[in-house]
Every structure is written in structure tokens, then in C-alpha cells.
Design a protein around this ligand. Structure first.
Ligand SMILES: [Fe+2]
Ligand SMILES: [Fe+2]
Length: 454
């Protein structure tokens, strides 16, 4: 194996790369999984070095690359359920679960320490008893949802069946003790076996260093991991310079520019729309109360834009901003998103972070960069009392004002955790009062016209 070199960061290119788009969006998946920033990208980097040692074909490398970047696509679909079943913070739960070694003892300790840890004793006992009694069904259900949804979304983004199956098999273990299908040995797709190893390798290297990761991989070889692949990972991790590159800020750019060549996959406008729609589903799956929200906000946004005479091209751009405006919500715990009662100030402060996180994620994608500002301003208000930046009216562009009207309209007319959907007249009555202080009068009028004519 070649010794490692530091990455040059001067490889900027004008080409729209699928790897860059999906790699940047994978940061949203890291947030949901409670993983340190860049987890999926680092998994991809480690796994691709293994692909080199294994001498995989160009097609296999391309499929593996996207399996690794997108392994957590289904992550948001079980967050609400984890929160409900274990009465706990889904993000913390998911993060700590990845450090459990798979032994029954550690599994039980994990369960006891993570189930309803913030609740009263009676509620906690009930939750623990339920989880212990139905442990098999519950773990199975939570894992199944994640795998099925992840595979489904990969297919929506035009990935091959091998990528979809690779994502679906992420939680299968070599000895047949994994989920959801209890596949065993080589019946587990190769990409899943590599992705699981890469995932554990990254988590342990990040938290505890290379040697801790090596012993973790060694301990689980033959139970969790493919015993033939494990030594390849260890060889890669022990290669001189591994840790320097692992921690190199240029690693991400390196992963994006080293996307394996593939045939026939051009990132055109249509494909970008499909990717945005697929990610909108990941976002909306996070909470039962945001089901379909991003899709509907995109529809309202498009109707307002049509009403206001926007060009087809610009409408397309706006719809994408709308589809992705809440991507930062993937980083907010379901204990807050799904809370039925009033939020505390501290909880509301956490909610308020989501547009800034949307900005941070979207601005990583060069083709989404200017869209990121519009998307992140959807909770700003004309009177400067919005969040996260308290922008003033003269800073709020028409695009931002449109998105904000569409978002508020859907928030009012869809079911929420704390109240059922509101009839149109009532929503309008509330929005009438917001004109001038929160929302723009022309954009609001355009929405009303669009709804009346639909
Ligand atoms: Fe939002
Ligand atoms: Fe929203």
C-alpha cells in the first residue's frame, strides 16, 4: 500500500459532482445519528482504501462509494420511534449505541442507562420493562424501518440495486445475529460488510484512537464482522500517515474529488430535483408531525412564484430551496420536535438552531450555495424578531419572503404535535395579523390567489 500524503485543497472544479452533493448532504445524516461531523465522509474514505486493496472493479468502487456516503439515509425514519419507545433523546441514543461492543452485558447496560433516563421512576420502569419484554420485536422494527427506508431513498436517487441492498444490509452481522433479516456470512452484501466495518472503525478512531479501533475490530471479527475483511481494515488503519489524513481538514475535498468514475450518470437539473425530493423525504421522516411538510412547502412556494411571474428556471431553484429548507431539523432531537406540550426556553433555543444548520449543510454544496441563504431565512421576520439572525426587512429578499409565507401556511394548515390542522379561514386570520410585521403583503396575497385558483 502507498504511504499517505496530505491532501491538497486546491482541486476546485466547476463540474457538478454527485459525490460532492451527497457527501455534503451526508452531514445532515451525521447530525441525526449523533455522529461527529464528517462521519459518513470519513467512512467513505476508509472504505475506499479497502476497495483499493481488494482491487474492486470501477463499477463496484462507484457503488461502494455511494453506499458508504449514504449508509445512514434511513436514519431519520426511526428517530421518532426510538424516542417514543425508549423515552429518550434519539440523537444521544444513536451516538452511544454505536460504541456498544455487541456483548449481551454491554447491551443490557446500555438499555438500562438509556431508557427513560430523564423520566420518573415509575415511567422509567415501565419503559425498561416494555423494552426488555419486547426487545426482539422492538429492535427488529426499529432496524427494519431504517433499512427499508434507506434502500428506498437510494433507489429514488437512481442508485443501483446493489447500493440499495448495501444500505439495507448495514446492520446485518457476520454470525447471523444482526438485523433485520439475520443474514449470515457471505449472504450479507459485500458493501454492507465493508460499511459496517468502516462505521465502527470511524467511531472508534474518532473517540479513542487507532489502536482502540484495531482491538474493537479484532474482537468483533467473526461475530459482527467478516473475518477476511477485518485484517484489511486493520492494515489500512495502521498504514503510516493514516491518522494525519484522517484528521486533515482537506479530507472531505479529497473524498469529493476522488469520486470513482461511473458511466451514464450526469448531474443535470432533473437529477438535482430528484435528489432534493429524496432528501426532503429524509427530512420529513424525522418526525410524524412533519410528514410531507417539505414537499408541500415546495408546492406552495412554486404556486406563489408562478403567481408572481417567476421564470420556470427560477421556480425550479426556489422549489429546491423549499424542499431542503428544514434539513437542519435532522439535528434536532425528537424529544423536542415531537413534544406535545409547550417548549421550555432552552428547548426553543435548540429548535432555533435548525435554520442555521440548514445553511451550514447546504452551503457545503457549491451548486446550492446561494440557495442556502434563502432556505435558512424561512423563520426570519420583517420586524427583525425572527431567527436565527434577526434579519431586518431590507435584508429579506423577495425569495426569502416567499419561502417564509409558504412555510407558515403549511405549519398552520397541517397537523402539529400540539393541535390538529386548522381550517383555511382560521389560518388566514392568523396570517392577516402577521402581515407587515412578520410576512410580506405581496407574497401573502400571491399565496391567497394561488390557493383560491387551485
Ligand atoms: Fe423551519
Ligand atoms: Fe419548515
Amino acid at each position: 500500500m502507498q504511504p499517505h500524503h496530505h491532501f491538497s485543497t486546491s482541486s476546485a472544479t466547476a463540474v457538478v459532482r454527485l459525490g460532492e452533493i451527497l457527501g455534503a448532504l451526508s452531514h445532515a445524516l451525521d447530525l441525526t445519528e449523533g455522529q461527529p461531523e464528517g462521519h459518513c465522509v470519513r467512512c467513505c474514505w476508509i472504505g475506499m482504501q479497502v476497495a483499493e486493496v481488494l482491487d474492486l472493479t470501477a463499477n463496484q468502487r462507484s457503488d461502494l462509494y455511494f453506499t458508504l456516503l449514504l449508509k445512514d439515509l434511513g436514519c431519520s425514519s426511526n428517530a421518532a420511534r426510538i424516542c417514543q419507545l425508549y423515552l429518550t433523546d434519539d440523537i444521544e441514543f444513536k451516538r452511544d449505541f454505536k460504541l456498544v461492543d455487541g456483548s449481551a452485558r454491554q447491551g443490557l447496560e446500555f438499555l438500562l442507562s438509556h431508557t427513560a433516563s430523564q423520566s420518573g421512576l415509575v415511567q422509567r420502569l415501565k419503559a425498561v420493562t416494555n423494552v426488555l419484554k419486547n426487545s426482539n420485536d422492538i429492535v427488529g422494527e426499529v432496524m427494519q424501518t431504517r433499512c427499508d427506508r434507506g434502500a428506498e431513498i437510494a433507489r429514488m436517487m437512481r442508485f443501483s440495486e446493489d447500493v440499495a441492498q448495501g444500505i439495507a444490509g448495514l446492520d446485518e452481522h457476520w454470525d447471523g445475529g444482526g438485523r433485520p433479516a439475520r443474514l449470515r456470512g457471505e449472504a450479507i452484501p459485500l458493501y454492507s460488510r465493508i460499511a459496517l466495518l468502516a462505521q465502527v472503525a470511524d467511531v472508534f478512531v474518532t473517540e479513542l484512537g487507532v489502536e482502540a479501533a484495531v482491538s474493537e475490530l479484532t474482537n468483533r471479527a467473526g461475530t459482527w464482522f467478516d473475518p477476511d475483511l477485518t485484517p484489511v481494515f486493520i492494515e489500512v488503519m495502521r498504514c503510516p500517515g493514516f491518522l494525519e489524513e484522517f484528521n486533515d481538514p482537506g479530507l472531505e475535498a479529497h473524498v469529493f474529488t476522488s469520486e470513482p468514475a461511473h458511466t451514464g450518470r450526469v448531474v443535470d437539473e432533473q437529477y438535482l430535483d430528484e435528489i432534493a425530493s429524496a432528501f426532503a423525504q429524509v427530512i420529513d421522516a424525522k418526525s410524524p408531525f412533519t410528514h410531507g411538510h417539505s414537499e408541500r412547502v415546495a408546492q406552495y412556494t412554486d404556486s406563489i412564484c408562478a403567481e408572481m411571474g417567476y421564470s420556470t428556471e427560477k421556480r425550479r431553484w426556489m422549489a429546491r430551496a423549499a424542499l431542503l429548507h428544514d434539513i437542519g431539523k435532522l439535528g434536532v432531537s425528537n424529544t423536542i420536535l415531537d413534544k406535545p406540550g409547550k417548549l421550555t426556553d432552552a428547548e426553543f433555543d435548540l429548535i432555533k438552531l435548525h435554520p442555521a444548520m440548514s445553511h451550514e449543510i447546504l452551503s457545503r454544496v457549491s451548486v446550492f450555495q446561494d440557495m442556502a441563504l434563502t432556505a435558512a431565512a424561512h423563520h426570519e421576520r420583517l420586524d427583525g424578531k425572527g431567527y436565527p439572525n434577526g434579519m431586518s426587512a431590507d435584508q429579506l429578499t423577495q425569495d426569502m419572503r416567499i419561502l417564509s409565507v409558504a412555510d407558515i401556511f403549511d405549519a398552520l394548515t397541517a397537523d402539529r404535535p400540539y393541535r390538529p390542522a386548522m381550517p383555511l379561514e382560521k389560518a388566514y386570520a392568523i396570517m392577516d395579523d402577521m402581515v407587515g410585521c412578520a410576512i410580506d403583503i405581496e407574497c401573502y396575497a400571491a399565496l391567497q390567489n394561488a390557493i383560491a385558483n387551485s
